[in-house]
Design a protein around this ligand. Structure first.
Ligand code: TXA
Ligand code: MG
Length: 350
């Protein structure tokens, strides 16, 4: 299959530029598109066969459900059996935006889209291209992140091309996305709503609107027999570069000393090493192989740079990767959740 690329400037475009993409979606094809979080791989959510195509293109296990993207609030009522008052408050406060809400599903939602579950994940993206695409295609779009299963989510069209060229019909290139990590997922089918995946919308932000919210306890730990994350997708070793990655936690000077020592040891043995540091620390390392992920003064810049840097580790062929650690407060919780998964939960304290 030949994958076409359609460039669109999110700040200034005409809906007609999306005509071909919309036609592909109507004809049950696959189109990757930018959202405010990461690039999604879209197809008709209400057809059994099209969601199967998504799983095939990504190489994704079919028990891992997809998020349905909508452009109008009314669409929720086509998908969800019950929409509670609290869910409506969240929709009002955070949509359009990076929040995915889990509802009990209606019969019409195919099990191929929900991975066999009786619940459905719904999100209204705020990205203008995503919104225009949902509207012009006239369908509800199932869209997982547009990466090969197991690789970091794409934050640029180039990342999508790297993973999926030849496997999908089109990539809409809207440049680099703003947030850079996937949406927060909240399960509203529980008595006390539960965060299944941390993201840009934090626990504190949610609690301000609906009161008590719980956090899936498995989120910062390695999945084991009893301790399994509730979002099926969170159990996989996701977001992972090919090299062996270790996160080092402690006071800045101790971390720099420890990482330098380990990096030098592996370099001496002829291995390719890389260090994931920050704007504040990058000059402190007496070695060359240092990459800055963003500034500690601006957590959002770290989220935005995370997946690009993880992909860069593969591009340079890093065999041993050492990353600094971040506070688990606010957006830091989402950042550490992704970093720990990338490292296979390998973390040392100094
Ligand atoms: O920001 C995002 O959410 C991006 C963009 C493209 O919108 N999408 C995304 O989709 O990250 P994906 O498929 O990569 O991740 C969806 C996650 C998976 O961990 C999946 O298991 C979980 O959502 N999920 C989907 N439906 C669910 C359900 N009914 N119950 C529990 N977890 C669900
Ligand atoms: Mg994904």
């Amino acid at each position: 299959m030949e994958t076409r690329i359609q460039k669109v400037n999110p700040e200034n475009f005409d809906d007609r530029e999306l005509d071909d993409a919309c036609l592909i979606l109507k004809r049950e094809g696959l189109v990757a598109f930018p959202t405010e979080t990461v690039y999604g791989l879209g197809a008709d959510a209400m057809k059994e066969e099209t969601s199967k195509k998504i799983y095939e293109a990504k190489g994704r296990p079919s028990d891992n459900p997809l998020i349905i993207h909508i452009a109008e609030t009314e669409s929720v009522y086509r998908l969800a059996k019950v929409v509670t008052g609290k869910a409506e408050q969240l929709m009002k406060a955070f949509w359009p935006g990076p929040l995915t809400i889990i509802f009990e599903k209606k019969r019409e939602v195919p099990y191929s889209t929900t991975g066999g579950l009786d619940t459905v994940a719904v999100r209204m993206p705020s990205h203008p291209v995503a919104r225009a695409l949902i509207r012009c295609s006239g369908i509800l779009i199932a869209a997982p992140s547009a990466n090969t299963s197991g690789r970091p989510s794409p934050t640029k069209a180039e990342h999508v091309w790297e993973d999926l060229s030849g496997r999908i019909d089109m990539i809409i290139d809207g440049g680099q996305v703003g947030i850079g990590i996937e949406s927060t997922i909240i399960d509203m089918t529980e008595e006390v709503p539960v965060i299944l995946r941390p993201g840009y919308v934090t626990k504190a932000m949610l609690e301000e609107v609906i009161g008590e919210v719980a956090m899936d306890v498995a989120l910062l730990k390695k999945p084991t027999g009893e301790l399994r994350p509730k979002a099926p997708g969170m159990k996989y070793r996701h977001y992972a570069p090919k090299g062996k990655m270790t996160i080092v936690e402690g006071r800045m000077e101790d971390v720099v000393r420890e990482i330098t020592g380990m990096a030098e040891k592996w370099k001496d043995r002829g291995k390719k090493v890389a260090v994931i540091a920050t704007e504040e620390s990058k000059e402190l390392y007496p070695i060359e192989e240092v990459y800055s992920i963003g500034s500690r003064k601006n957590e959002a810049s770290i989220a935005a740079g995370l997946y690009d840097i993880l992909r860069k580790m593969d591009h340079i062929g890093a065999e041993y990767i050492f990353a600094e650690s971040f506070s688990e407060e606010h957006l830091g919780h989402a950042i550490m959740n992704r970093l720990l998964k990338a490292a296979g939960y390998q973390k040392v304290k100094v």
